[in-house]
Design a protein around this ligand. Structure first.
Ligand code: SF4
Ligand code: SF4
Length: 469
């Protein structure tokens, strides 16, 4: 057993000078993690199955004939759980993103990188889909290492070909679903039925997405978490001594080394490196929290098995905070956590208020640019306007326009306005005002927009005319 203050002296700090997956020459060190097993791995497998069912089911679910979720950036149409959002709702999206980021920060301050290990799509697909398939095709880590150094022969070619084909097909499936989240599954199926020739551009995009997924899962792998993902790089500022992370109980484990049960001069870690062999990012968790750690818990399971075999208590590596290890302190709600919670509550309330009060029809009214007023028969002055409307409902809506202040008349140019479901419409109309009622060159006018069966919306615009007519 050591004291907390001795940690820095006992643990070699050289690991901080380099990234575990890059060698002295700056080349990629390919990781061959041992196949994990244990109770946490089983729980993660169950969680991943649920996750994958949800991921592959969501694009198939429809509400009122529309997808439950669609993020069509090109058409600027977004559907979230049946609710339609247009570009006008950008501020709701922005606030939603801010809420999500604050939530993630709060969650990370308290629970560390639990998200990375249990819910991040990169980890789920890498560790629970592609890695499992790799173990099935190539065998465990030692067989994979042998295969890598083996000269090319029929056996190696068969293994590599099978892995490439299976990985590419799954990448193709993911790319199709990715597309379905963007443009809806109905559109994807329509493209499939109409053939590649009719949609060569989309097909090209699909192949690009597939190739990116294939590259990531076949070769790039843990580098996504280590060098690409901004969330991983934020850990240094988000974690503190009260954050719960996958941690090695160095007070119990050090000084490491072989010992008999009666030997009190060394700690419980027998330096077997089982925890290092299973790590998919190639680090030694005994060095302390590192940005490479994705909290996958494989090292907890590996060490638990060793401790079990030695007849010692489990959880030498466990979910714990630094204060939990050193001071035996339970989860503590710090001032930082409270502050983040308050901010999150405020933003969340604002978001809910915006969502609850948002109109089903968005209306923007503009006086036609470049036009002044028109003198009209009967002593009227007219101004020309256009109203751009977006119907966020699943039914066509008839719209009635009127002047709220009763000081003029509206004359629609063309047919009475109807905005198609989930669609835009532009209505051009004139506002006529008796010249004798005009007292200012530029006055404000209120227009009542009445979608049938919906609460009315009042819009403000300007009306110009001659004062001394
Ligand atoms: S240190 Fe442990 S929890 Fe972290 S990535 Fe490696 S095996 Fe997973
Ligand atoms: S698995 Fe446990 S006992 Fe073995 S090296 Fe890792 S921490 Fe030490």
């Amino acid at each position: 057993m050591i004291k907390a203050t001795e940690k820095e002296n006992i643990i070699d700090q050289a690991f901080r000078d380099s990234v575990g997956t890059i060698d002295q020459q700056g080349k990629r060190k390919y990781i061959f993690p041992k196949k994990p097993k244990g109770s946490l791995y089983n729980k993660r497998t169950i969680a991943s199955v649920v996750y994958l069912i949800v991921f592959f089911s969501l694009p198939l679910i429809k509400v009122h004939g529309e997808p439950l979720i669609m993020l069509n950036i090109l058409k600027r149409k977004f559907i979230l759980f049946g609710q339609i959002f247009g570009p006008q709702d950008f501020f709701i999206f922005a606030l939603g993103m801010i809420t999500f980021i604050v939530f993630i920060i709060l969650f990370t301050v308290v629970f560390g990188r639990v998200f990375c290990g249990w819910a991040c799509p990169q980890t789920i697909f890498m560790e629970m889909v592609f890695r499992k398939i790799e173990y099935w095709i190539d065998g465990d880590f030692n067989k994979q290492q042998q295969l890598k150094v083996m000269p090319w022969n029929g056996f190696k070619i068969r293994k590599r070909a099978l892995k490439i084909i299976v990985f590419y097909l799954i990448s193709f499936l993911i790319a199709n679903y990715f597309m379905a989240y963007l443009i809806s599954m109905d559109e994807v199926m329509r493209y499939v039925h109409e053939g590649i020739a009719a949609h060569s551009g989309t097909f090209f995009a699909l192949i690009v997405f597939t190739s990116i997924f294939f590259f990531v899962y076949y070769w790039f792998r843990e580098q996504v978490c280590i060098v690409v993902c901004p969330y991983g790089r934020l850990q240094g500022v988000l974690l503190d001594k009260n954050s719960i992370v996958v941690a090695y109980d160095y007070l119990r484990g050090e000084p490491r080394g072989k010992k008999s049960t009666a030997d009190k001069t060394v700690g419980d870690c027998i330096d077997c490196k089982a925890c290092v062999r299973v790590c998919p990012t190639g680090i030694d968790i005994r060095n302390g929290t590192q940005l490479e750690c994705i909290n996958c818990t494989a090292c907890i399971d590996a060490c638990d098995e060793i401790m079990d075999n030695l007849g010692r208590p489990k959880k030498l590596i466990k979910y714990a905070s630094e204060n939990n290890i050193v001071k035996k302190q339970k989860l503590k709600i710090t001032a930082r956590t409270k502050a983040y919670s308050v901010v999150l509550l405020i933003i969340l309330s604002a978001l809910v208020a915006l969502l609850v009060t948002r109109d089903d029809v968005d209306v923007t009214i503009l006086r036609t640019p470049g036009m002044v007023y028109q003198k009209m028969p009967g002593g009227y002055i007219g101004n020309l306007y256009s109203a751009r409307m977006f119907n966020k409902t699943h039914e066509d809506i008839n719209i009635k326009l009127s002047i709220a202040s009763q000081e003029g008349e509206i004359e629609i140019i063309g047919a009475p306005p109807v905005v198609g479901k989930e669609n835009y419409a532009v209505v051009v109309f004139l506002i006529k005002k008796k010249a004798t009622l005009i007292t200012k060159r530029n006055s404000t006018i209120l227009i009542q927009v009445q979608p049938k069966g919906q609460p009315s919306i009042t819009k403000k615009t300007s009306f110009i005319g001659p004062v001394s007519f």
